[in-house]
Design a protein around this ligand. Structure first.
Ligand code: MF3
Ligand code: CO
Length: 247
């Protein structure tokens, strides 16, 4: 696991607060008729005005400040003038803020206007997967306990867990060790250590778990075309428990 110094932790926490604020701001902009590119422009300005930098921009060539993934898109949607949000859609927004060289990472799935009961249930179960997972995140325990709990809760509710994408340590880099899968055995993974900071991010499909990459090289969509949801927070592990820094 990564292990950050007290001075580094202060900066990661600040980056996480900017991440949280930008996501809350983004949520307020979501209305039927807005394009995902308009959202990207608004949130980019918000992040920069708040003193942070939208770290997705330019990351391995990603062309925008936030990821906007609508309905059957799981993650990494590129904001576009051609994607107009419609009443009844769900949109996952994932964003990373860099502050003085340190990162915070969070994602939420939001309903657009009034959405169906089954989509709302997908959003709620995905969020609860995160909380079921972090209940098991304890110093000295295996990280696999978290992974297993997330998978169990998702599948118990009739949904499936994406395998190709996982959570991660975070700090000076957006992605640091360890990998934080949303599936697996309680005996998997490293032992959890204090002063680690990780992004826990269940990606849960309404239908089957299989996904594929679209032609733009970024967007990941479900193969069966059913909806997917994402819920992510950056969390700090202490010997006394977990602090959720992006909420
Ligand atoms: N939050 C995403 C992650 O955990 C970050 C993707 S940024 C992108 O991987 F630039 F790769 F899109
Ligand atoms: Co992440």
């Amino acid at each position: 696991m990564n292990n950050l110094s007290p001075a580094e932790l202060v900066l990661v926490k600040k980056a996480c607060e900017l991440t949280r604020d930008a996501l809350n701001y983004c949520e307020k902009q979501i209305v039927p008729g807005i394009t995902t590119k308009q959202l990207d422009n608004l949130v980019e300005k918000y992040i920069i005005d708040s003193g942070g930098y939208p770290a997705c921009k330019g990351y391995e060539g990603f062309p925008a400040s936030i990821c906007t993934s609508v309905n059957d898109m799981v993650v990494h949607g590129i904001p576009s003038d051609n994607v107009v949000l419609q009443e009844g859609d769900i949109i996952s927004v994932d964003l990373v803020v860099r502050y003085k060289g340190f990162h915070g990472d969070a994602a939420r799935t939001f309903p657009v206007g009034k959405v169906s009961e089954d989509k709302l249930r997908l959003i709620e179960v995905t969020k609860q997967c995160f909380f079921e997972g972090i209940k098991k995140l304890k110093v000295g325990h295996r990280l696999g306990e978290l992974s297993h709990a997330i998978q169990e809760y998702a599948e118990k509710n009739g949904f499936s867990v994406v395998r190709e994408l996982v959570g991660h340590g975070i700090g000076k880099s957006m992605h640091e060790p360890p990998n934080v899968p949303n599936y697996g055995k309680v005996t998997d993974g490293p032992l959890v250590t204090e002063n680690a900071v990780i992004a826990v991010e269940p990606m849960i499909n309404m239908g089957k778990k299989e996904v594929w990459l679209i032609e733009d090289g970024w967007g990941v969509v479900t193969r069966d075309g059913k909806c997917s949801a994402h819920y992510e927070n950056t969390v700090h592990i202490t010997k006394d428990g977990i602090e959720i820094w992006t909420m």
